[in-house]
Design a protein. Structure first.
Length: 144
């Protein structure tokens, strides 16, 4: 790494291809979710909380935050594999938390697949706690 101080900034349209490639690399995409549509939806609602991390001109991380007036949320936290383990995911999470706190967000909720032990350990280390809840979902719009 030439410069190990990354820049966190708001997503720009020119980042789209690199962001989707990163999500594929990190295993965040699913067959039932179209990442282009997910980006379009975010750009239509609170685009100021769609963060990318850039290092030496390359997108190496993403974090999509939101706030509904009651709770904050985090989705698509990703760090390129070659840059994992350097504190970059923690920096993205702290950045999102700080931005949410500025608007009075009292708590962040996030969902992690229970089988993803490494990610569960990461959030535990950041002070997030497992809660005794069940997450339900119902698809309203099918991504073809």
């Amino acid at each position: 790494m030439e410069n190990n101080t990354p820049l966190i900034r708001i997503f720009e349209e020119k980042d789209r291809v690199a962001v989707i490639e990163l999500w594929h690399e990190c295993g965040l995409t699913r067959t039932w979710d179209d990442p282009n549509k997910d980006i379009d939806r975010k750009m239509a609602f609170q685009p100021e909380w769609f963060f990318v991390m850039q290092l030496d001109g390359k997108i190496i991380g993403t974090n999509m935050a939101g706030y509904d007036g009651h709770r904050g949320s985090i989705f698509y936290l990703a760090i390129a594999k070659e840059y994992q383990g350097h504190g970059f995911a923690k920096a993205l999470m702290l950045h999102a938390a700080n931005e949410l706190e500025k608007v009075g967000c009292p708590k962040i909720n996030l969902m992690v697949r229970s089988s993803n032990n490494a990610v569960c350990a990461f959030y535990d280390k950041l002070g997030y706690q497992k809660e005794d809840i069940v997450s339900f979902g119902r698809r309203l719009i099918k991504d073809d």
